[in-house]
Structure formats: C-alpha cells, structure tokens
Design a protein around this ligand. Structure first.
Ligand SMILES: Cc1ncc(C[n+]2csc(CCOP(=O)(O)OP(=O)(O)O)c2C)c(N)n1
Length: 413
C-alpha cells in the first residue's frame, strides 16, 4: 500500500533468530595471531580506529606466542594462569553437580570463558575494583577468595557470607575487589564509572573495571556509562564479553546494524579493541594496556572480548532447543584451557603428565572445599540462615514498619 504522497512504504528491520543453524560468520574479522600492532598508550583514537574491527591475538595455531602483544609473563605466571582457569572450571562442574543433587536452587557456569576473568584479575592490582556480572567467578577465584565461602553462598547455608540476601552465584567481596553482583543487568556499568570517578576525585590510584555481556549492552545504563566515562575520562576498563548468546538471543540482536560491539566505543571517542577472549596471553596483555592507560590518566578503554558460552545460560536454561549441537567444535577460537596448555607445551614447559597432575591437584582442592561447605548444610538439608536476620545489614537503623513485621514473624514461628 502506498502512503498519501505516494512515498515509499516504511518498514523496520526485525531481527529473527536462526534457530539451530550456524550463522555464516560466527566470529567476524578474525585476524592472525601477532598481526595487530600494539599502539602507544596515548595513541590518538582515530589512529587506532580499525582495532575495533580486528582481533588482537597472541597464541597462534602451533601454540607459539607471537607479535607486539606478547605479555611479559614468566613460565610460573603462565602455569598459575592455567591453574586459575582449571580451578574455575572444576568449581563450576562441582556446583553444577550440586544443583543436580538438589543442594542449590540455581547455578551459572562460565565454561569456555574462563580466560577473560582469570587473566584480567592477574593483570590488575589489589585495590582496583571489579563490577562483575554473574559470569566472572574467575575474578574471585583468581584473587584467592576462599572457595568454601563461595560454595556456602551457592548452597545457601548458615555460613553464607551474604546471609541469603543474594541469589546463588551473586557474590560480593569488597576485600577482594569484587563489587556485589546485581541481577538487574547493566546497572554495574554506571556504578563502575561512578566508582572510577570517585577514585580520581579523591586522589586515589585505584581503577575500576566494568563488566557486561554483549546482550545487556542494549540497556540504556550501558550507554549512560559511556557518556560519563568519555566526558570525564574516568579511569575505567569497559569490558564487553561477547559470548555470542544472551540466553537464547544471538549476539547480532544487541549489536544491531553495527559491525562489532567495540564500535560502541568509537562513537564516544573511547579507544576500543576487539580481543580474542580465549587467548589467555592476549587477555592479559590487553587488560594490562587498558589498566596502564587508566593509571596514567589517559582515560577509559573499551574491550570487546570474543568468546563462546559453551554451557547453558544457567541451570534454568535448555540450549538444545535453540543452538546448533556442534557449535563448540566449530568455534574458531578454540578452548582457553587447551590453548594455554598447548602454548606451554610448545615452549617445552608442559606435558601430559604435568597436566594430569595439576588436574588431580585442582580436583582435590575443589572436592575438599565442597566437602567442607556441604558439611554446613544446604537448601537440601534445610540448614539455611534464619529468617529472623532478614532485615539485618540493610538499614543502619531498621525502620518501624520492618521492626513490626519482624516481631509478627517471630510471633508466628
Ligand atoms: C535489566 C534486565 N533485563 C533482563 C534480564 C533477564 N536476563 C538475565 S540474563 C539475560 C541475558 C544476558 O545476556 P548477556 O548480557 O549477553 O550476558 P551472558 O548471560 O551471555 O553472559 C537476561 C535477558 C535481567 N536480569 N535484567
């Protein structure tokens, strides 16, 4: 039908998911390892504009670390990185099993994405503050936070450090630079920028690191955060974890007509990189570069990490109804644990025997921690925190109406 003035009939582009099919370009613009130049920290944003369309990679197909972005890490530090990732993976596997055993009501794993959180944690300093999503347990694990405390939180037992205030997996650990996770997506992005601004205003030296999944970048909080970060040149790293799925929604929905999520930074004159998120060495190097920029008052850096959510979104999700069954095998960036392992092998510092022994050590650590947490009870045993503490730690002074509710609750129990 034509409009009154005989103009073109208007229409919208309505994204439609291709259920169970492989999109033709699962990862756009794959650069070769070592291909990308490492710019000076203060390089003008226009001169590195193409970095938002390319991909920083360090570990090549043979396991060698190549190019300008090779980070200055000792063999021990690389082995520690491998251990952090394997520990995170084993932690996830055990807690996923705990869900099947009815010991927790909910769990979210980070399978396939471990390098991003584990390497960035090691690249930053104590005192810096992460504002994570629910998929960055690797930050907390690599920081040395007690595994038993994390497990107590997930099992919702009496030793849960958060006393049942938060959904399982929504940790909070100020002492370990881990801001409370919010279930409301994207809120942490503006909080991170605000925290970074406060750090600078108070003459501090600590930077903030904001975390978001690619799907949640569609939230207006994400865009508001970029306005403030660029206007005030806040000392913040703006991480976007592009794991290709927002529950069942493919990444191109939130990306819209842009070629990449890193494009979002360019519009705000924020230097933006795309980085291979399954390459521990690339993640470490890019995080260090962004941290150095923030520490020397050169402002924010936006990094789109390319990875794949290998597992289900959460224990409430069944991905078999929407994703191709062989997606992981066909993912071109491989597995982060296997890639770092191969790198260590290729430089003569690793072999199957050492790998198996590290795996056994990690599995024992997780089994021991789980046994300790499980002994404190879980939702299955009913050894959960008392409802009487419901209003504690929320208000400096509990308001009258809540005091009355607590009294009524005590009378009825
Ligand atoms: C404001 C808001 N909208 C929607 C949801 C429901 N929700 C929870 S997780 C999720 C998907 C997020 O995907 P993404 O940001 O890509 O992160 P990922 O889960 O892949 O790590 C949605 C829509 C929510 N928690 N908060």
């Amino acid at each position: 039908m034509q409009s009154d003035d005989d103009g073109t009939k208007l229409s919208l582009r309505i994204p439609a998911p291709a259920r169970g099919e492989h999109p033709p370009d699962r990862v756009r613009y794959i650069s070769r390892a070592g291909e990308m130049h490492k710019p000076a920290l203060d390089e003008k944003v226009e001169r590195i504009a193409l970095m938002r369309k390319q991909l920083v990679r360090v570990i090549d197909d043979d396991g060698q670390a190549v190019g300008d972005w090779v980070p200055d890490l000792t063999v021990d530090e690389k082995v520690r990185g491998l251990r952090d990732m394997m520990l995170t993976r084993a932690f996830d596997a055990r807690l996923l099993r705990a869900h099947r055993q009815g010991k927790t009501s909910f769990y979210m794993q980070s399978l396939g994405e471990e390098a991003i959180a584990c390497a960035q944690q090691r690249a930053l300093r104590p005192g810096d503050m992460h504002f994570p999503t629910y998929r960055q347990q690797g930050l907390l694990i690599s920081s040395g936070y007690p595994l038993v405390d994390m497990m107590n939180q997930v099992l919702s037992n009496e030793f849960d450090p958060l006393h049942g205030r938060q959904l399982p997996v929504m940790y909070s650990a100020k002492s370990h630079g881990f801001f409370s996770i919010s279930g409301n997506l994207a809120t942490q992005y503006i909080q991170a920028v605000g925290w970074a601004m406060a750090s600078a205003l108070s003459g501090g030296t600590e930077l903030a690191s904001a975390w978001i999944g690619e799907g949640a970048t569609a939230e207006s909080d994400f865009h508001a955060a970029l306005v403030f970060a660029s206007t005030y040149q806040a000392p913040v790293i703006l991480n976007i974890v592009n794991n290709h799925w927002a529950i069942s929604t493919p990444e191109d929905f939130a990306r819209g007509a842009s070629a990449t999520f890193a494009d979002r930074g360019y519009g705000f004159s924020i230097p933006a990189l795309r980085v291979d998120g399954n390459d521990y060495l690339a993640v470490y190097a890019a995080s260090q570069w962004a941290a150095e920029r923030a520490r020397t008052n050169l402002g924010p850096t936006l990094i789109e990490w390319i990875t794949l959510r290998v597992g289900a979104h959460s224990t409430s999700d069944d991905p078999s109804v929407y994703r191709p069954p062989d997606e992981t095998e066909r993912f071109p960036l491989g597995d982060p644990v296997e890639r770092l392992r191969r790198h260590l092998e290729s430089i003569g510092e690793w072999n199957d025997e050492r790998h198996e022994s590290l795996q056994a050590e990690v599995d024992t650590q997780i089994a021991d921690a789980f046994a300790e947490a499980d002994a404190h009870g879980s939702v299955k045993t009913g050894d959960v925190g008392s409802a009487r503490t419901l209003f504690d730690d929320v208000y400096a002074e509990v308001p009258r109406h809540l005091r009355e509710q607590r009294e009524r609750m005590e009378e009825s129990t």
